[in-house]
Design a protein around this ligand. Structure first.
Ligand code: SAM
Length: 281
């Protein structure tokens, strides 16, 4: 018997209308839907008129065992969809172990991509998007938290963090202490929902500006500025990275000038001279 297929399906992060036609089709077509909270996913399915598939609960606590169960189902020819309560499964949500078990068993794994709070926040933060890191939730305390904060202090890429509302202010305050109050931050709240808003400013003003946290939040923190002006090699490396990502020279020059805080004409001159050098060698 042919094995079934595992489909990782993203679901809305607040606004139910964000469910895609492909997500509905994928969820309607499977035998089993692995989800976190069966009642929560049941409500989403009812919203889009899906009744057939069996729901099984996969949570952090049972994910390792459920990964084996799901592989058994897939080997028995069942098609399985994996969702989480909101957004993209396996992104600060259960899913990674299920996918790893399925790929390990050489079962086909496919995706129906869609909402994720991390990318939604990043793309409206106004912070550089060319290079970024996703940190998920910060460790809550102890040496692990201190080490992570220290690493963020020198991180040059834009940083995306999730945080629970009751921990938002303490995390913003700790980021200010670790990274300096001058760093730029965007605090995105209740994305896609009625009370969606984004506060943008310097870390030193964030706690007062955000006020009493209500709802769900993503913190998008600007990267650390270079402590010394970049040398020519760093500028050329950054240009190469942007062009390797498919940008034309004009866009790459503009992006690198913004990111490294150097005049555009210097970046342009280096892009011309490095190209001439490449052509001669
Ligand atoms: N897998 C999900 C995703 O792809 O976005 C994330 C799940 S994680 C358990 C939940 C966290 O995501 C929340 O604590 C919050 O930081 C962020 N989040 C989820 N939905 C959000 C929304 N509508 N607005 C802002 N942040 C959100």
């Amino acid at each position: 018997m042919a094995a079934g297929r595992l489909t990782v399906v993203a679901t809305p992060i607040g606004n139910l209308d964000d469910i895609s036609p492909r997500a509905i089709e994928a969820l309607r077509g499977v035998d089993v839907i692995a989800c976190e909270d069966t009642r929560h996913t049941g409500r989403l399915l009812a919203h889009v008129g899906i009744r057939g598939p069996k729901l099984v609960s996969v949570r952090d606590a049972n994910e390792a065992r459920m990964a084996h169960e799901i592989v058994k189902l897939l080997r028995d020819g069942k098609n399985v969809a994996l969702v989480s309560d909101a957004g993209t499964p396996a992104v600060s949500d259960p899913g990674y172990k299920v996918v790893a078990a399925a790929t390990g068993a050489l079962v086909e794994v496919t995706t129906v991509p869609g909402p994720s709070a991390a990318l939604a926040a990043l793309t409206i933060s106004g912070l550089p998007t060319a290079r970024f890191v996703f940190e998920g939730f910060m460790p809550r305390k102890g040496g692990e938290r201190t080490r992570r904060l220290a690493a963020l202090a020198t991180e040059r890429r834009t940083i995306i963090l999730y945080e629970a509302p009751h921990r938002l202010l303490v995390t913003l305050a700790d980021l200010e202490t670790a990274c300096s109050g001058e760093r730029v931050v965007a605090v995105a709240r209740e994305l896609t929902k009625l009370h969606e808003e984004v506060w943008r400013g310097q870390l030193k003003h964030a706690v007062a500006a955000v006020g009493e946290p209500r709802g769900e939040y993503v913190i998008v923190l600007g990267g650390a500025l270079p402590t010394e002006p970049p040398d020519d090699d760093e500028i050329v490396d950054a240009l190469v990275a942007h062009q390797a990502a498919g940008e034309d020279r004009k866009s790459a020059v503009a992006a690198v000038a913004g990111e490294l805080g150097v005049p555009r004409r210097r970046v342009y001159a280096l892009s011309v001279s490095s190209r001439e050098h490449d052509e001669q060698t």
